[in-house]
Design a binder for this molecule. Structure first.
Ligand code: GDP
Ligand code: IMO
Ligand code: MG
Length: 425
């Protein structure tokens, strides 16, 4: 069977966790392929909210295998705290959670390096989640990293020491004030490593190959969003991995001709957390309303998310780069009560009208051109069938489908699993 992908098309936090959870009953395996604990994926069911960072969002379904792929970076300390929370919920993860030996490990000093790098940048900081993501991927591509499989080797602690020592000298090179107690951080780290070692490590590319051969269904769960992709995002204000479809091939060992559906997920408006350009960002009451009604605070850092209108130039670009076959629109309920909605359909770019996503999208280069559409007053949160959706919402969806030339097959109207409306292709 082909591997289906679910990817965020904006700057992250589109609602990936919720939809993966909703779709998990259709799949044997849910696999994360990139990112790490910079992600915060929220699931809500039976009146409870769960936030996952590294563990795939299929973990609450007993019969599903959850795989942490080679492209992921794992912080054992955060991983352990996720496992502790699952234990509190009586989730038996020992059978259902498997980890690639080729996944890289985030060391305590990677987190410190992230903090030092950000502090040294001053106003130009990326707004990183400070989880050590950038430094860990730098060590991966620099061929210095420590991988999960290394924990099975007898000399891994010496390799750890050598790398941590090197990191300490790099931290002092930054010449910024970072207070830390490495001994304490290491005590916590080594304890968490023991927990990690009690889980199943696998050669995940072989595992996935065999699963595909025996017709198992697999869904790859993206983290972050296309506009945070290291190559195609708003560089340098991006994360350090490929968040787009190609990342699933390298992050799991799946060949491109074995990719099936590509589910692209987007909010009915746009949000961004951290620094970087955002053409449709709002600084007025509409933006404040979106933030308040949408409860737009980061699931990992608690930072307020910046809000703005839907940007079809950026969304079209993300659909192209990923080869999206189906779209899912989230948080339509948040826009209830907005009299008029604005949708950016083109940019004014250095005097020209353009419809493609250009190299520079800073405010001095790009001015969004909006089409206005009628909003809907109805509360959507109790709706469960497409036939209940108000005309103005259907018109909004029709408009987006026409612009993007891709069907919107799911409309999400609230954080709960049940607040999900399926539409025919
Ligand atoms: P992810 O990182 O893509 O998994 O998304 P996050 O979990 O970081 O952020 C999405 C937030 O929106 C979470 O708080 C979800 O519970 C919530 N959410 C998801 N879908 C909907 C929806 O349709 N309506 C509303 N109001 N909230 C939603
Ligand atoms: P999920 O999977 C939203 C942003 C950070 C920062 C930039 C780089 O929940 O959608 P990093 O820590 O990766 O070096 O930060 O990327 N960022 C996210 N924004 N959702 C995420 O994940 C994010 N992961 C990273 O805010 O701007
Ligand atoms: Mg999130």
């Amino acid at each position: 069977m082909a591997v289906d992908l679910l990817l965020g098309l904006q700057w992250g936090d589109e609602g990936k966790g919720k939809i993966v959870d909703v779709l998990t009953s259709n799949y044997n395996i849910i696999a994360r392929f990139q990112g790490g604990p910079n992600a915060g994926h929220t699931l809500v069911f039976n009146g409870k909210k769960h936030v996952l960072h590294t563990i795939p969002s299929g973990i609450f379904h007993e019969d599903t295998t959850n795989l942490v792929g080679n492209g992921v970076v794992i912080d054992p300390v955060i991983f352990k705290s996720e496992l502790d929370k699952l234990e509190d919920q009586n989730v038996d993860y020992r059978k259902s959670l498997v980890i690639s030996r080729k996944a890289h490990i985030i060391l305590p000093t990677h987190r410190l390096l992230d903090a030092a790098s950000e502090a040294s940048k001053g106003k130009a900081k990326i707004g990183s989640t400070l989880k050590g993501i950038g430094p860990t991927y730098m060590d991966k591509t620099g061929r210095n990293g420590i991988r999960v499989g290394d924990l099975e080797l007898s000399d891994w602690k010496e390799r750890y020491r050598a790398l941590a020592n090197k990191h300490e000298s790099m931290i002092s090179f930054y010449n910024v004030d970072i207070e830390y107690n490495l001994k304490e951080l290491e005590t916590e780290f080594f304890k968490a490593i023991e927990v990690l070692k009690s889980l199943q490590f696998i050669d995940s590319e072989e595992y996935i190959y065999q699963a595909q051969k025996s017709d198992k269904t697999i869904l790859a769960e993206g983290a972050q969003g296309s506009l945070l992709d290291i190559d195609f995002g708003t560089y340098p204000f991006v994360t350090s991995s490929n968040t787009t479809a190609a990342g699933a091939c390298t992050g799991l060992g799946v060949s491109p001709n074995k990719i099936g559906e590509v589910f692209g997920i987007f909010k009915a408006y746009t949000t961004r957390v951290g620094s970087g350009p955002f053409p449709t960002e709002l600084f007025d009451k509409d933006g404040e309303d979106m933030a308040r009604i949408g409860n737009e605070f980061g699931a990992t850092t608690g930072r307020p998310r910046r809000c703005g209108w839907l940007d079809l130039v950026a969304l079209r670009y993300a659909c192209q780069v990923n080869g999206v076959t189906q779209l899912m629109m989230m948080k339509g309920d948040v826009l209830s009560g907005f009299k008029t909605l604005k949708v950016c359909t083109a940019y004014k770019y250095k005097g020209d009208i353009i419809q493609h996503f250009p190299y520079n999208i800073e405010p001095e280069n790009v001015e969004p051109i909006y089409t206005e559409v009628e909003g809907w007053a109805e509360d959507l949160t109790n709706m469960s069938d497409a036939s209940e959706m108000p005309k103005a919402l259907n018109d909004y969806i029709d408009f987006l489908e026409k612009e993007l030339e891709i069907p919107i097959t799911i409309v999400s109207v609230g954080p709960d699993r049940k607040q999900t409306i399926f539409r025919n292709k």
